[in-house]
Design a protein around this ligand. Sequence first.
Ligand code: ZN
Length: 336
Amino acid sequence: MDKTEQKLPELEFRNETIKSLVSRLTGKDVLIVTDPFNYPKVKDAGRCAVAPDNRCEQIPVIKSGPFYERVIAVGGCAALDIGRACAVGKSIIVVPSILSTSCISLDRSVIKYGGVNRLEKTQLPEKVIICMPDLMDMPPAELEKWCQSGFGDLFTMAAASIDIQHKKGDLSIEAVTGNVGECFKAIEWVINDFDGYNETSVKALARFLHDSSLVVVVRDDSNLNAAGEHLLYHSLLRLNPQYTSSRPTHGQIVAAGTLIAAAIYREQTGNARILEAISKAFKKLGLPLTYDELSKAGIEKRHLQEGLSDIKHLGSHLGDYFKTNDFGILDRVFSA
Ligand SMILES: [Zn+2]
């Protein structure tokens, strides 16, 4: 389809539960794709496929079942990724149950082939619906953990923009901030207006994640939301089998990479604006800023050193730096 004809999804906030929403939207031609956690909420609404993770093997199995024309994907990123992959050429509504990563409104999915995650084009959702009661019913510590992760993932756009400009050979602050104005607006919002993980900040986060997803869709360029910090994430997960999907969170890991990239940017350009803004925002959000805080999240200094060594050859702003520099910058960033 011509990009200009592409109808972008709207983000809707509903004051009803996932259970009630899905039973209202369902029909004979609907396939519900969800995860084990949300399955009890939607199992009575119609035909369900349960996707516990994002492994590719599930897709042909789900697609070969009875005919369906519409998909409702309910859950965290894996369920939304598999839902979008099963909806190619059909229509899909996504109902994110947590806001832990910037995947919610994308037209692509992260799918695992063998042991390797690959980002591939799938189906743009028709609508993205957030059921506020389900989100606000989460225990406060859980809500904080997952929303903090979502903010961490959102701000990787700053590092991704540095990465793009590094490759273009123009690290001017105008170019770096200009690529991802939405992200810097979100950082400003956190610094000035964030006052805890409450309904207002949950809605603001959903809006930011949605808008940043659409930037990727419109520009057709996923390089804008994932660069060296995501390479570091994948490397750390591979090198540290003790890392789980909830400790450290995706957002905590990529936030550490973003902070290092912003510190490298400061050393390369003498401009501290991005590092300062990101540090202020992280402080308010409770994202790790020191070795101590990283360690509490399960991330040790030696993990970062091993991960950064591991991504040196992969061609990113973050990795390239460590081809010719030692790890001294880590102490300059994380030694409180
Ligand atoms: Zn991410």
